[in-house]
Design a protein around this ligand. Structure first.
Ligand SMILES: Nc1ncnc2c1ncn2[C@@H]1O[C@H](COP(=O)(O)OP(=O)(O)OP(=O)(O)O)[C@@H](O)[C@H]1O
Ligand SMILES: [Mg+2]
Length: 206
């Protein structure tokens, strides 16, 4: 199956399983709200309408995510550098944060699994910056030296105390992914001094 066919299949699956199921659930909730109104059970009707509101928000996010994939293609189709560029472009556009991307010596093939891990680290780090950092300047740097790749993402935001860090899945997940490939994952942060995430991986076999 070629990439286009694969993407078409995934879109069909998403339309059917995800969107179809979400829309059906919204339709049911709307009918329930209508019935509650008819029975003058206003508080319950309002709670049901609030749920509909939340569900439509979820649907909008899911549609946006699918559109993003269609517009930029998948990582496998466009390659790591273009996929990172597209991701950064999206965040820059939706947040107004000045995000700078630079790459050094980054020619030649790297393994699909290394590409995926590096992309996920950029994705989670940028999501964290937007959610937690309150930064206005971010640098994403990709560097290749021989068969080693170094990725660094730094922001000038609020930083945080690594010892008092609230538990989240993002940082743990990044570390696990990188270490599973025998790579090195580091995070440096201090309140008021921004945050830097560094990941070093081997290019692996292509
Ligand atoms: N760039 C950053 N700037 C400031 N604080 C950060 C940054 N990155 C992470 N943090 C802090 O570290 C915590 C843990 O991050 P982590 O990604 O593990 O979890 P999360 O973002 O809270 O939730 P999720 O599981 O959805 O990723 C965050 O809650 C936040 O307090
Ligand atoms: Mg996170």
């Amino acid at each position: 199956m070629d990439v286009r066919e694969q993407e078409g299949k995934e879109l069909a699956r998403c339309l059917h399983d995800d969107f179809g199921q979400m829309i059906a659930a919204i339709q049911l909730k709307v009918m329930l709200s209508r019935q509650l109104c008819q029975e003058h059970r206003c508080n319950e009707a309002m709670a049901a309408i609030d749920e509909v509101h939340g569900m439509t928000g979820g649907l909008i996010d899911a549609v946006r995510e699918q559109l993003r994939k269609l517009r930029h293609g998948h990582l496998e189709t466009v390659g790591l550098v273009e996929a990172i560029r597209a991701l950064i472009g999206d965040w820059r556009h939706s947040t107004g944060i000045n995000i700078i991307f630079s790459k050094h010596g980054f020619d030649g093939a790297i393994s699909e699994s290394s590409e995926t891990v590096l992309y996920r680290v950029v994705q989670e780090s940028l999501t964290n910056i937007v959610r937690h950092a309150n930064a206005n300047h971010v640098e994403v740097e990709l560097q290749r030296t021989g068969d080693q790749i170094r990725l660094e993402i730094s922001d000038n935001g609020c930083g945080f105390d690594l010892d008092a860090m609230p538990a989240g899945m993002g940082l743990v997940g990044m570390r696990e992914r990188v270490q599973a490939m025998d790579g090195l994952f580091q995070i440096f942060s201090e309140p008021g001094k921004g945050t830097t995430v560094i990941c070093q991986l081997s290019t692996g076999q292509k």
